[in-house]
Design a protein around this ligand. Structure first.
Ligand SMILES: Nc1ncnc2c1ncn2[C@@H]1O[C@H](COP(=O)(O)OP(=O)(O)OP(=O)(O)O)[C@@H](O)[C@H]1O
Length: 232
């Protein structure tokens, strides 16, 4: 359903990712693992057309994805960047409404759906997003991405700076979204336990390339692999 094909790209003349290919099927949850700085975020930016492709391309349902980020979002790619980026001076409701309307959907319906799906946001609906806790902002960023009605969600380190109880809740939320809405998820993470709790497959990156594709069982049992590739 979603494929990154032979992706090569970086910043200016510096090539960071080389010849990376990744596929995520409809309604799959796939993890993108690797140590700090191996290029996970850069691959996510490539997938969202936020950096130019030196070579390679992205396919959605067998078709080449449009090159501009806004068009890619309309074609069904939802993206939550590392550090989340909600609009801090807008309320929770406004954040969700704007995301929906920018992508041609009803803001009112998106807000209703989000507050139903994420009870944690209900008491905060009229609060400024900048005043929420890290975990609440992460959930809001997720709600914003979902308001665009994506086929696939790209999540860049969603557990970073989020307290453990909310990480567990987030894992539950992602599994539910995946099951009930049929949204595929590609999640870049350093938190192996979180990935093991939600993803059935993983790609492991090293130095800008995919070194290994593996399944949950192998990741869970192969301690040597964990140490070698993730430093855990
Ligand atoms: N905007 C940028 N301009 C130039 N170089 C960058 C930029 N962003 C990242 N890099 C470099 O690209 C390399 C890969 O970084 P990237 O953020 O993609 O890795 P990562 O695996 O996501 O790591 P992290 O978990 O720390 O985010 C690093 O060497 C980083 O310094």
């Amino acid at each position: 359903m979603f494929r990154i094909v032979n992706a090569t790209g970086g910043y200016g003349k510096t090539v960071i990712i080389r010849d990376v290919s990744i596929a995520v099927d409809k309604a799959e949850i796939v993890a993108l693992l690797g140590r700090n700085g191996v290029g996970k975020s850069t691959l996510m930016r490539f997938a969202m057309a936020l950096i130019p492709a030196l070579s390679g391309h992205v396919e959605i349902d067998g078709r080449n994805a449009p090159e501009a980020p806004a068009k890619r979002a309309k074609a069904g790619v939802g993206y939550v960047p590392q550090g989340r980026y909600v609009f801090p001076r807008m309320t929770v409701t406004e954040n969700i409404g704007v995301a929906a309307e920018t992508n041609g959907h009803s803001g009112r319906l998106a807000v209703e759906t989000a507050l139903r799906e994420f009870p944690m946001l209900r008491p905060k609906a009229d609060d400024l997003a900048g005043g929420l806790s890290g975990g609440q902002q992460q959930v809001l960023a997720l709600a914003r991405a979902l308001a665009t009605k994506p086929k696939i969600l790209l999540l860049d380190e969603p557990t970073e700076g989020v307290q453990p109880s909310i990480i567990d809740e987030m894992a539950g939320i992602l599994k539910r979204i995946n099951r009930e809405r049929g949204v595929a998820i590609l999640v870049a993470e350093q938190d192996l336990d979180f990935c093991l709790s939600i993803a059935t497959r993983a790609y492991v990156m090293e130095k800008g390339s995919v070194q290994l594709e593996t399944d949950r069982e192998s990741l869970r049992t192969d301690k040597k692999l964990q140490q070698q590739l993730l430093g855990v």
